[in-house]
Design a protein. Structure first.
Length: 168
């Protein structure tokens, strides 16, 4: 089973992949040797080489993908108080998610995140896992303070049946 993530907001959020920073390079510049098994020599390519998406660093690869809520997952909507609910894919790290939230929220606004294993959308959330993250006060829960997003993501991960309220 896969841990699915959802995000809810009081306003519409942009759809698509956010935060990744790829570069595009011709295949020949990537130092990858592909051999033709029959001729035992490197393959040659046409003049019009296909560009390959490349991520130079881990941080360049990190991102999120937001998509409209598939009707199959409508049952998660009742875990949110906000009217706009989306599917959320986290690519490699929570850093990109919190950078997005910091940029997207105005002071006083909130975003909700809910995570559950695939096919457990109808199961009740685990209230003991509920947590509030205040980005303005740099506070996780009621008593833990963090200095920046990097420290926050070192102490936190999303869990099954967990509801998270993030405010600014």
């Amino acid at each position: 089973m896969t841990l699915q993530h959802y995000i809810g907001s009081n306003k519409e959020l942009p759809l698509g992949t956010i935060g990744q920073n790829p570069t595009y390079k011709p295949f020949s510049e990537l130092n990858i040797n592909i051999f033709d098994k029959k001729q035992k020599k490197p393959k040659t390519y046409q003049k019009e080489e296909l560009l390959i998406e490349v991520f130079e660093t881990e941080e360049d690869f990190e991102g999120i993908h937001i998509d409209d809520l598939d009707p199959v997952y409508e049952a998660v909507r009742n875990k949110f108080t906000h009217p706009f609910v989306y599917e959320l894919d986290i690519i490699h790290s929570l850093r990109a998610l919190f950078k997005f939230i910091e940029k997207e929220l105005s002071k006083g606004e909130t975003i909700e995140i809910y995570s559950c294993l695939n096919e457990l959308e109808t199961k009740e959330k685990d209230d003991q896992l509920d947590v509030e993250i205040d980005l303005s006060k740099k506070r996780f829960g009621k008593h833990i303070y963090f200095k920046d997003i990097n420290e926050l993501i070192d102490m936190f991960e999303l869990e099954n049946l967990q509801y998270v309220l993030v405010k600014k």
